[in-house]
Design a protein around this ligand. Structure first.
Ligand code: 9Z3
Length: 328
């Protein structure tokens, strides 16, 4: 079955209720950073859902936890980029990702003395918490990060296009880092029942349709001079590089980062039109908690600097600190 066009998708699926608010936030963020000559990266993160009912009780989900996107955001900030962090609601976020589950509470002590209760950070946790807290505060004080969130695949596409429209003015200074796990299949709006599907009616037959490939209009129309990086996830190693190459040839963007489901946190393959580069963390690095995203982002920052030099866009290379140019 073929997919409908991307225009049709936007015609059928209305924008989400908070869309105009998000669009204003995106516009303000991009204009401010454009004014200061900063580079902006759009990081998409987490998986999309495909609702099976309008009043949604059930949905088809994509597995991503948001590790890749949230970790990468921290490294882009370190390299002086302003970041639009476009993530699945309730997936991992930069900085707080280090304290999921009970980790934060385990770092705290509590003393109850009569009416006075004092909460303190345990001395041995200060070394862990302090550098993360400092980076978090600095990024927020400088207005260097904007959070916008989606849940469904349709919300994702509306936000993606709006972000691209705002980023287009930055030309080659914009990077798109499309790490979100976006569903390839969906149920068109007209085929989605209003209410909860009832089991009394027997097993439901749900036909999924192909989602149109948004990378095509994104590269050709929405941000034609940006540095676009897409991600390719496979479970069969034999498909990984050929499919990454095929995507590059089809969409003519700059890079595909290939990864396997099982090894994605310690091995990736970065594919560009003229090179293939593998990044593998050693066992020691994995043990020491090294993020593979620090190496992925470093490579992209370098490649983007090259792209900027090619585009003649002047002061380009990564590593620049945004602090002196912020805020107005
Ligand atoms: C990825 O491949 C990401 O690296 C992961 C990260 C989703 C694997 P986690 O969030 O996982 O750290 O748990 N993202 C892209 C996945 C995707 O849907 N790609 C499409 C495809 O493979 C193309 S855009 O066909």
């Amino acid at each position: 079955m073929t997919s409908g066009s991307w225009e049709e998708f936007f015609a059928i699926h209305l924008p989400p209720p908070d869309f105009e608010d998000n669009r204003s936030l995106l516009k303000e963020f991009c204009e401010r950073h454009e004014h200061y000559g900063n580079k902006i990266v759009l990081v998409t993160s987490g998986g999309t859902t495909v609702p099976l009912e309008h009043n949604t009780v059930r949905f088809v989900d994509n597995f991503s936890a948001g590790t890749r996107g949230s970790a990468s955001t921290e490294y882009f900030l370190e390299h002086g980029y302003a970041v639009i962090f476009m993530h699945r609601q309730k997936s991992l976020e930069p900085f707080t990702r280090h304290f999921t589950g009970q980790k934060l509470l385990d770092m705290l002590d509590i003393q109850e003395r009569g009416p006075n209760t004092t909460i303190t950070v345990k001395p041995d946790s200060v070394d862990v918490l302090a550098p993360i807290l400092l980076r978090y505060k600095a990024a927020h004080a400088a207005g260097a990060i904007l959070h916008v969130s989606f849940t469904t695949v349709s919300e994702y596409f509306w936000l993606l296009r709006a972000a691209c429209e705002c980023l287009a003015n930055l030309g080659p200074r914009a990077v798109l880092y499309l790490a979100a796990a976006v569903s390839d299949f969906y149920v068109p709006k007209d085929c989605v029942p209003t209410h909860k599907i009832q089991s009394e009616s027997g097993p439901p037959i749900i036909q999924l349709h192909l989602v149109p490939k948004m990378l095509a209009p994104l590269v050709n129309l929405w941000v034609p001079t940006a540095y676009v990086v897409s991600f390719k996830l496979e479970t069969d190693e034999n498909l990984l590089v050929p499919k990454a190459r095929a995507a590059l040839e089809k969409y003519k963007h700059k890079m595909v980062v290939g990864n396997m489901l099982q090894t994605r946190h310690h091995r990736v393959i970065m594919v560009t039109p003229d090179a293939t580069q593998e990044i593998i963390l050693t066992r020691e690095e994995v043990h020491a908690g090294v993020d593979i995203e620090s190496s992925i982002v470093l490579e992209i920052v370098r490649a983007h600097a090259e792209h900027l030099r090619g585009a003649g866009a002047g002061a380009a290379a990564g590593g620049a600190d945004w602090a002196p140019r912020e805020p107005r």
